[in-house]
Design a protein around this ligand. Structure first.
Ligand SMILES: NC(=O)c1ccc[n+]([C@@H]2O[C@H](COP(=O)([O-])OP(=O)(O)OC[C@H]3O[C@@H](n4cnc5c(N)ncnc54)[C@H](O)[C@@H]3O)[C@@H](O)[C@H]2O)c1
Length: 308
């Protein structure tokens, strides 16, 4: 039996995630939105691309949660995105209401699913999904670190004019201004980044990574990034569906790991068939550990406002 992935929110990130999943022939997809016609139209368009892409999966667009029943994975992208001048945190109250409503419906129809949350502000939204779903932490994850790491890797690869396949790095922490790129763990074909680039250039790339989302929002004027965010969510889907045991930076609920307790924050996660199979407690420098704690404090502030 082919696996089933439902995507809630058929906007830019959701529809593009559907695109990557069906193009990679990973699973059957259900695309759901509150707006009538949009998921149906986009799903039909993607369905007509399948013979061209030679992909035999099925895709359905709907406004009815009954169609999402018994999903293996549910990606939640429902919510509003940032506009120029807005921070991710400005979305808090609106997206909290949407997330609470969506998660209740999702778990009614797919009680055994694994949730991948994308909506912003990410860490507070995934904490909301965790609390409202009643699922264990293995089955509720947030996507942000893969995207932030992708941005970091893409800038370094361009700067050094080397293959993106040579890059290995992780960006941990909260998704936002408090993200923590692990420069000391970054290598290019196994060579430490500090041997290849000056501190000034590395600092500049770290800053551009931090501002990576805002740079795109500024260009687009309406809406925010979606190609890389959806590709990142689908990397998580693939790791789970194929039981890859892949270590990826994802938002996970910490229970004492890295000295943080009771909050979602971006950390190295091993993803396999069970969802979160292990939090990999790599050794951080004192500065990185302090930055991670600052990140967690920022997440706590938002979670306190919405009471999750
Ligand atoms: N975690 C990350 O790294 C990351 C990256 C990019 C975007 N995001 C976030 O993802 C979210 C989606 O971004 P986007 O660019 O796709 O936005 P978008 O506006 O294109 O799409 C959002 C969709 O959600 C739908 N929606 C709203 N309320 C809903 C509800 N109650 N039920 C079902 N659907 C509902 C809307 O109709 C819309 O189609 C935003 O919150 C954005 O900030 C997160």
């Amino acid at each position: 039996m082919r696996k089933k992935v439902s995507i809630i929110g058929a906007g830019n990130v959701g529809a593009t995630a559907a695109h990557w999943i069906v193009a990679k022939e990973l699973a059957n997809v259900v695309l759901l939105d509150v707006v009538e016609g949009v998921p149906q139209g986009k799903a039909l368009d993607l369905q007509q691309a399948l013979p061209i892409e030679r992909s035999d999966v099925k895709i359905l667009g709907t406004n009815d949660y009954a169609d999402t029943a018994n999903s293996d994975i549910v990606i939640i992208t429902a919510g509003i995105p940032r506009k120029p001048g807005m921070s991710r945190d400005d979305l808090l109250q609106t997206n909290f209401k949407i997330m609470s409503d969506v998660v209740g419906k999702v778990v009614t129809y797919s009680p055994e699913s694994i949730l991948i949350i994308v909506s912003n502000p990410l860490d507070a939204m995934v904490q909301t999904a965790y609390r409202k779903s009643g699922f264990n932490r293995e089955r509720v994850l947030g996507m942000a670190g893969i995207l932030d790491s992708g941005r970091f890797k893409s800038f370094i690869a361009a700067e050094l004019n080397v293959s993106v396949n040579n890059m290995s790095c992780m960006v941990l922490g909260g998704h936002g201004d408090t993200m923590v790129p692990l420069v000391g763990h970054t290598t290019v074909a196994g060579i430490p980044l500090a041997e290849l680039l000056s501190k000034e250039r590395i600092d500049a790339i770290v800053q551009r990574t931090r501002d990576g989302g805002a740079e795109i929002v500024k260009h687009l004027k309406t809406g925010s990034a979606f190609y890389a965010p959806s590709a990142a969510a689908v990397e998580m889907v693939e790791a789970i569906l194929k039981d890859k045991k892949k270590i990826l930076p994802c938002a996970a609920f910490l229970q004492g790991e890295f000295g943080i307790d009771g909050y979602y924050i971006g950390v190295p996660c091993k993803l396999g068939a069970a969802g979160l199979e292990e939090i990999v407690e790599i050794k951080l420098t004192p500065e990185e550990a302090a930055a991670l704690k600052r990140s967690a404090a920022a997440v706590k502030e938002l979670c306190d406002i919405i009471g999750v």
